[in-house]
Ligand binder design. Sequence first.
Ligand code: ADP
Length: 881
Amino acid sequence: MNDSILSPLMRQYRDIKQGYPEAILFFRVGDFYEMFYEDAQDASRLLSIALTSRDKNSAHPVPLCGVPYHAATGYIAKLLKAGRIVALCEQVEDPKAAKGLVRREVVRLYTPGTLVDTEFLAPSEPNYLAALAVRLDTAQEIPIGLAALEVTTGEFWGMEFHGPHAFTHLLNEVARLDPREVLCPADLVRQSSASIQHITGARICERPPASFSRQSAVRALTEHFRVQTLEPLGCADFPAASRAAGAVLSYFHETQPTVPLDHVRRFTIRHTSEYMHLDGATIRNLELVKPLASNEPAAGVPPSTLLSVLDRTATAMGRRLLRQWLVRPLLHCDHIRLRLDAVEELKNHMQARTALRTALREIQDIARLGSRIVLGLAGPRELLALKQSLSLLPEIFVDLTPLRNQLLCDARASWDNCQDLYDLIERAIRLDAPLTIRDGNIIKDGYDPAIDELRKISREGKNWITAIETQERDRTGIESLKIRYNQVFGYYIEITKANLARVPADYIRKQTLVNAERFMTEELKELEERITGADVKMLAREQEIFAQLRSRLAKEAHRLDAMAAALSLIDVVAGLAEAAALHRYTKPMVTESGVITIQGGRHPVVERLCTDSVFVANDTALDLEMNRLLIITGPNMAGKSTYLRQVALIVLMAQIGSFVPAEEAHIGLADRIFTRVGASDNLAGGQSTFMVEMVETANILQNATQRSLILLDEIGRGTSTYDGLSIAWAIAEHIHDRARLGARTLFATHYHEMTQLEQQRTGIKNFHVAVQECGGDVVFLRKIVAGKADRSYGIHVAKLAGLPPGVISRAQAVLSQLEQPESARSESIQEQLPLTPESLPTPHPIIEEVKQIDLFSMTPLDALNRLAELQRMVRSDPSDR
Ligand code: ADP
């Protein structure tokens, strides 16, 4: 921008904008926020508002768009949703008092992870700001760290990750967290932003490496928590987590200088050993919290995630906690049993459950209200909401009385009705108090003598006005004489033109209208001064008293936190009990054994979608011995994937402490659940489907243990038959063999050849999904039975899908040829058939080659290189055309 052609206003704009290159700058001009240049172009597109230009007729018009200041909130929310950040630039002096250009400053930077404004936030979703302390220049032995702040509730914690797969673990944790914004050192962004972006969809914010330094962390943490060293915080031995925490705090202070973080009272270190590590792919594939098709479900569409089926919570706090439980299943039987017992008791005790849920429905988000009180943002209505919520605590306490399980008894033992806080609000705040403190009328009569006095003056003053009106009417004999009020003139007497002759001499003329004149008297003026003086003083006093009250409540906010935690727990447990009762779930038995036995298991989500058909229940038996790896064959659409997912979901539900959709279930705990399901996506990340499949599989082979549960669905589908089958085969062997892995696995495949593995390995068993042929048609029975599928019925499915009859009949001809012994086949068909089912066990050089591969010691990159090599061999192999 050439300085000389800019107006002073635009020069000021440019100077301010330079400080916020990434943000859309909302530049306050009078009653509007205006945006210029690229900001205007972007904003007009994202907000669907008109793009115009400033200085239209000049040689250099400036693109411009604007929004009225009072409607800014909605527009800011929209821009944030579109992944942008917004800098709010205000006029910081009174334009009337300003000499020359009004001074302007950015007073707030709106970023997705730092929002404290409840109106921008989804009530049942947490809003995390995360930071990754990862140094690329150091050796692997140095741990890497993650910190997360949920500013609306004050939750703040860190984690550390060690070893060669530390970064993968960290990314998985980020996937579970699903933060809105992730702070990363600049060099990490350059190297790994695609993988971070792939797992979160959060805004990635590049930060200078110095903000992740130990020095900066110690300074930020000790200053914030008012301590001398990190020892009292318990994070001195967790340098990487502390560095991440420091980055979070400094970012927050930088972007929100006016928001004190007093409600963040603790920084805790989370230990990974307490929770099951679920990776991002598994959370997605099992559709725990989000459906795979990422579109928001429309109203009336049945739920499609485990969360939506299980969620019978009554409060937003409970909903957020349930979401956390779902992505962090437990690993210790004792912890799981505590939850299961609580759910059981409430499932059986319908009266207590109903009473609790009814009361909980009246409870507002105490966690977020508490934070807003500490932040000084809560308005009068929010205090009323808090009061109303607190009023239910004694009732909930009583509802808990008959319950004996430990989890809820512990909650009851530390119960706090917060009666004093209730009383305080009850005494002070009027029931009809307005939304904001700008409008007054907040404090009840009798709470503050000064307010009472001022209110009296104001009220009486208004009576006096009426008295004067009557008095002046009598004195002048003008029946239509009225005393009115407006903002500009205050009180005045209005006399119609026809009566002007009767106006007394002491009236002072103020204004002439078409039909009337307005007057003032000394007496009226005096009164007015008293009344408006009282009103102004009263508003100031009400605001002062309100602020005092809010600070008093803020000092007790830790008690609100504790009750918010207790209420969320009760809510989740009661909700799980309700879901269990509603959906006919049973209590699973959880043990440390390696056995998973499920009788009459159902898929919790698919069974809800079967409205006009019956969901067919299926059994499962997995152990660490003879039933380690189940190979499941069956035609497409038979129900293989559903079955795989159902087993994983039942195990996961048991481990979060929920009842399960089965007649009976015995769950020998899984330390992790891995899924490689379907030919999923991620072309966005620049990787081919097959590459994604292999990377995910490599991750499983590297991280699974004997105690893991693995689901593999159609491995190898993304490549040619030879490649795919060989890889699937080698993977099955690897997972089965105890010397290598030996994990419990469900392996669905369309390679019928793989069923031969049952004869070769003791722990492998064949199962298939039963179908019935009925006059040339195939009926899916949805039943999982022992043994291999005898046919694939692929042609049948192709027919269902509407392939032309000519293609279908040709396929049938080819198939019947294929099913004859090799010698009987016609030349022409043989030519087209590279692979026959019988051909497999005959050693093929490429298969031999694949068998030699030691997947366990390979990195994904090695695997890819090796694969490329194999593919070259295959392509030059005359049998593979
Ligand atoms: P596959 O993986 O074998 O191709 P899916 O698992 O995708 O098959 O199942 C296809 C459809 O069959 C599902 O969308 C579901 O509606 C239905 N289905 C699957 N299993 C069952 C079952 N046990 N009972 C009833 N319907 C089922």
